[in-house]
Design a protein around this ligand. Structure first.
Ligand code: ATP
Ligand code: MG
Length: 427
């Protein structure tokens, strides 16, 4: 059958009404925790200049090499067109905004954002081309205490969402000079095993060998396991920073695994990196990931500003929580039979919404017989129907019918309805 309608773009999903209650639930819980730690929201453009991402994330990374949605803007009056990119992540835009708006200099900022990101990946469960992230970034603090705060806050997300199968992995990437020394040893090791590397890794060997450690190809995992470890090359200060973080986590009772092969897929990280991982989503197991990026603000043209942040994918959280979709069916369906009942029915509905803010009241629109309206009431999933017909109007009453329980219908004076319903819907 030929499809006449235009379909959505591959990897870009509609989040349907059946899914949105869960998404709203996740967003609300996380927003609540962010507020409890006094983080402030920032809202940023979806489009930025391409150069911003290629410079910050690194030319030889999956994102910049093959995952960005990039296109030319319309030319200006001189015929010059900028290359623009749909943001693949949130940190770089946040850094750009902070520098441009003067948010960082001599200040401490704890920020968070939420919204869609775009990466041209191979779509599969938990991996899409448009996906949603909630992330947080802290600027102006360089010690391990803020690293611990960030990790504690993420742990509290899982606690509030009721997710308990996530494992925390941490590592330290040291400084740029630690990595330079380590890089030489790593290149030597992988060069000695050149024929065992896949094509991607062979290409990366001299351009960006640390990225090989981030490879998801199962065939080279054993080779990666046996590679020299960055932790053995750490400078003293980074070592002390990492020890400080581990001590804080130990003290507060957060369990973690040190994963010496955790390097993260972006170039701007240094020192602390971490991921929260689940075994239940296959190779899409990283739910939340982050780390320190102390040189990015300066590299992008700002004053030197230490920074740390993380981002998590809402789709992956929704997959983990798909068994606990919150109920958003209406509580009450208001049936109005006969034209004269509509004005009174609407007033009644508004007064119920005023008096009972927790009530989900669905008002019938579109007329029709009692029978057809009653069918709709039943289909809506509502617990009760309120019925307003000409009889009821004459007596200033309303009929209440329980739709899910075997209870007799009752007649209530319109003045009594709120009192009758409030025990059900007041909290
Ligand atoms: P992965 O290793 O799974 O590709 P990543 O290291 O590229 O992830 P980050 O850039 O650190 O991911 O993004 C942070 C989080 O955003 C991830 O842990 C994941 O939850 C989510 N995420 C990243 N890419 C996607 C995607 N294409 N679809 C859905 N969620 C994603
Ligand atoms: Mg990725």
């Amino acid at each position: 059958m030929s499809k006449k309608y235009i379909q959505a773009i591959k990897g870009m999903n509609d989040i349907l009404p059946i899914q949105t209650p869960l998404w709203q639930h996740i967003e609300e819980k996380i927003r609540h925790v962010l507020e409890a730690y006094s983080y402030q929201e920032i809202r940023l453009p979806l489009l930025e200049k391409t150069e911003l991402f290629s410079r910050a994330i690194g030319e030889v990374t999956d994102i910049v090499e093959k995952e960005m949605f990039t296109f030319l803007d319309r030319p200006d009056k001189h015929g010059k067109a900028d290359s623009l990119t749909l943001r693949p992540e949130g940190t770089v835009g946040c850094v750009r905004a902070g520098i441009e708006q003067g948010l960082f200099y001599n200040q401490i900022r704890r920020l968070w954002y939420m919204g869609p990101m775009f990466r041209h990946e191979n779509p599969q469960k938990g991996r899409y081309r448009q996906f949603y992230q909630i992330g947080a970034e802290v600027y102006g603090l360089s010690g391990p205490d803020i690293d611990a705060e960030i990790i504690l806050m993420t742990a509290r997300f899982w606690q509030h969402l009721g997710i308990n199968d996530l494992e925390l992995q941490i590592n330290s990437l040291g400084t740029a000079s630690t990595r330079a020394t380590y890089r030489e040893h790593l290149v030597k090791y992988f060069s000695d095993h050149h024929s065992e590397l896949d094509a991607d890794s062979q290409r990366r060997l001299h351009k960006n060998p640390l990225r090989i450690l981030d490879s998801k190809n199962p065939e080279i995992q054993a080779l990666i396991e046996a590679a020299p470890q960055l932790l053995d090359y750490l400078d003293e200060e980074s070592q002390a920073h990492f020890t400080g973080l581990k001590q804080l986590l130990d003290h507060i009772g957060i369990t973690y695994q040190v994963n010496p092969r955790l390097v993260r897929g972006l170039d701007y990280y240094n020192r602390t990196v971490f991921e929260w991982v689940t075994k239940s989503l296959g190779s899409q197991g990283t739910v939340c990931a982050g780390g320190r990026y102390d040189s990015l603000v300066e590299q992008q043209g700002g004053h030197s500003t230490p920074a740390i942040g993380f981002a998590m994918g809402i789709e992956r959280l929704a997959l983990l929580l798909s068994q606990n979709v919150p109920d958003n069916t209406p509580h009450i369906y208001l049936i109005m039979v006969g034209e004269k009942t509509i004005t009174q029915g609407f007033s009644l509905a508004e007064s119920l919404r005023d008096a009972l803010p927790k009530l989900r009241l669905l008002t019938h629109c579109g007329g029709g017989s009692f029978k057809s309206q009653f069918k709709r009431a039943d289909k809506s999933g509502a617990l009760m129907a309120l019925i307003l017909g000409e009889d009821e109007i004459a007596k200033q009453q309303v009929t209440l019918k329980y739709l899910r329980e075997k209870k007799p219908q009752i007649s209530l004076a319109q003045t009594e309805i709120v009192e009758y319903l409030s025990p059900f819907f007041s909290n």
